[in-house]
Ligand binder design. Structure first.
Ligand code: A3P
Length: 290
């Protein structure tokens, strides 16, 4: 197989890898995609816990049973609505449909904003997102390599990475944080109390799971359980797309790894951009609370 294309599509001011995106699908998703009242969307900026939430949602809607999550790949169970492969997977979804999306607010399906469908938005400490994304760029053959972490950091701060600026993505979605059909979570909360977070998610979704089912969701959505699940660990993806020699999708799964990558100067530079871009939202995330 030839090396996959490393081209990007610039759409709505945002970079999308051409390998799984097209102008046509992106326009359709925003303007024509019909959201159903019971749809559930797992929305994230990349590397913020997307796959984790795919697993949690699958398990919740299976009442903790692992048959589905162990037999169908995550991208088919909770497909990305904006990707070119979506129509094929969509046909097989039963109600309620579970979707994933990395779309910023301005490109998200317009019909969502007139519906009672639900969004779970998971955010992660942006310095950890930056580090995780840096490693992902090395692993994913369809993403252009960067010279080193310093160069990647500059691209990240300027929003010159896939899905655009983390700051813009989070800021725009946070604008909806008082809306009853949107739940904001953080990767750090999931890490700190996975079972408690599952209970919170179930409450939001109106799903009643008994104690054994809740235990099973939490047990099967740990880093180790997911790393061992062939249907979630991306080992089914050909090595021409993700090169196992360059690392593992399940890299560390921790909070604070940024401290092993950022110099003091890089951290200060990041903080300055953060302060400028997220002005007024200092209380929004655990990592910025005094
Ligand atoms: P790291 O690269 O820091 O290890 P996404 O699914 O949004 O692409 O995010 C991938 C990141 O989430 C990776 O972070 C991955 O290890 C982490 N991750 C995935 N499942 C996890 C889990 N169950 N617990 C903790 N981290 C998890």
């Amino acid at each position: 197989m030839a090396k996959p294309s490393q081209e990007y599509l610039l759409h709505g001011g945002v970079q999308f890898p051409s390998i799984v995106h097209s102008e046509e699908r992106l326009k359709y998703t925003t303007n024509e995609f019909q959201v159903l009242e019971d749809d559930v969307f797992n929305v994230t900026y990349p590397k913020s816990g997307t796959t984790w939430m795919q697993e949690i949602l699958t398990l919740i809607y299976s009442d903790g049973d692992t048959t589905f999550s162990h037999s169908v790949p995550n991208w088919e169970r909770v497909p990305w609505i904006e990707q070119t492969s979506a129509p094929a997977y969509l046909e097989k979804l039963s109600s309620p449909r579970l979707f994933t999306s990395h779309l910023p607010v301005h490109l998200f399906p317009k019909s969502f904003f007139q519906s009672k469908a639900k969004v779970i938005y998971t955010a992660r400490h942006p310095k950890d997102v930056c580090v995780s994304l840096y490693h992902y760029y090395r692993l994913a053959c369809f993403l252009q390599d960067h010279e080193d972490f310093e160069e990647f950091l500059s691209a990240f701060l300027e929003g010159n990475v896939l899905m655009g600026s983390w700051f813009d993505h989070v800021r725009a979605w946070l604008g909806f944080r008082d809306q009853v059909n949107i739940l904001f979570l953080t990767y750090e909360e999931l890490l700190q109390d996975l079972r408690g977070s599952v209970v919170r998610i179930c409450d939001f979704l109106g799903r009643q799971l008994d104690e054994a089912a809740l235990d099973s969701v939490a047990e099967n959505a740990t880093f180790k359980a997911m790393k061992d699940n062939k249907m979630t660990n991306y080992s089914l993806v050909p090595s021409e797309i993700m090169d196992p020699k360059m690392g593992n999708f399940y890299r560390k799964g921790i909070s604070g790894d940024w401290k092993n990558h950022f110099s003091q100067a890089q951290s200060d530079r990041f903080d300055q951009v953060y302060r400028e871009k997220l002005k007024g939202l200092e209380d929004a995330f655990p990592w910025t609370k005094p």
